[in-house]
Design a protein around this ligand. Sequence first.
Ligand code: ARG
Length: 510
Amino acid sequence: MRDSEPDSDRQPDSDVGSDTAADDERGTAVRRDRFSGGPARGFLSSLAADEALFVADLAVDRAHVVGLAEQGILEDAVAGSILRALADVEAAGHEALPAGEDVHEAIETAVIDRVGPDGGRMHTARSRNDEVATCIRYRLREDLLDAVAATLTLREALVDVADAHTKTVMPGYTHLQPAQPTTVAHYVLSYAGGIARDTTRLLDAYDRTNRSPLGGAAFAGTPFDVDRERTAELLGFDGLVFNAMDAVSTRDFLAEAATASATLATTLSGLAEDLIVFSNKGLVRLDDDYSSTSSIMPQKVNPDTLELTRGVAGDAIGAATGTLSLLKGLPRAYNRDLQRAHASVLETVDDVREATAVAAGAVATAEWRTDRLAAAAGAGFSTATGVADLLAAGGMPFRTAHEVVATAAETVDDDTSPSAAADVVAAATDAVADESLTTYASRAAVEAALDPAESVVSRDSTGGPAPDAVTEGLGVATDALTTDRDTLETRRDRLAAAAETLDREVASYV
Ligand code: ARG
């Protein structure tokens, strides 16, 4: 310790780390005098942000120590003292860590502080490079599974709404203009499909995240006879990132988690926008729990939760772009830029998980105003395509039918009765095709085609809105949910089983 710089290895902006001279001295156990001071110490340090890795680092330390002991690299008694010290460090918490460049160094210092020089054996056969990569993966995988769970809850909410509204007609839009009538079930299942793909992307990201870099050391392996498969198993990883240089260098799993989260957030932003528009049109009423009001205009019920959900997508896209920008062009093997890669991704996965949970709550509690939806379903002559389809089914070339109905659309408006509209279509058939409407369709059939509910029933192609097709769609959505629920449970069970094994192994030394 340099007497002239007693505080120099503490972070200026953080209250993490202690402020006694003795602690500063301990801080030098890993860094040594030459690298413990100087004006850039705070800039170099990630200790405050590393709180997210505190629990992960303790687990990684434990698995590493057990692994060293099992391989005979560390005496059991020394392993026991280190493992006891780690329990003590855990109980004291992240806030109590001594000053240090990062959580890995601070925990090691705290162990040496408790155990004495033998505590320094913990870092045998490893580097902070493989250590931090392992910690990030260990932490991120839990966050990814929590995000997966949130997507399942949202999909359940969407399926429940679909189940209750297979026959509730509503307007379907393109360009935000009334296009064709559909049903609430058909609409919400469109999002169940999208979110299901987001679930899968997160699970894929999980599977590539859940691989162990531990034992890669600085990048070049180690002469010690480590058993990388064993430490991977103790930490619940599904296997190794095999090549030691790849293992410590790559953060592609962070990019993948960020892009999977950003893609989910983008899906959510569309759903949120729709619900904002639908509540603006009075078609949906959001529950008070998912609304807010104005501090000045007391009558206001605003869809703030959905606006925030929409907003989260911007941040998530920023994190994905930022992560790839940070990683782009980094040379092998380790570069300190990497220290800046994980915090924003962990935060993004968490923000998107929260937005997903809020969207699930908003969907589950929203009231679909069936009368207004039915009234709006036929607005803007939205049944026009169905009438053209009917004429085409009767033998008229679709392009001619399109022109007939386009001509009718010049006259038909929201106040035109079905029978008056049928008259207009008949006149248009005369004018455009020089033929009688009845050559192609009965008047009753035309009037039925002009009815939004009948229009929906007629569109029974696979994936369409007709009740039978939607019932099939409900089955598809429910089956996919069951599969993904099982996958999530299997992943979580594996992690829980590994944590128990590690606890048991640790207990055998302490
Ligand atoms: N805190 C560092 C990080 O997050 C740990 C690795 C430091 N390694 C090194 N070679 N300086 O990347």
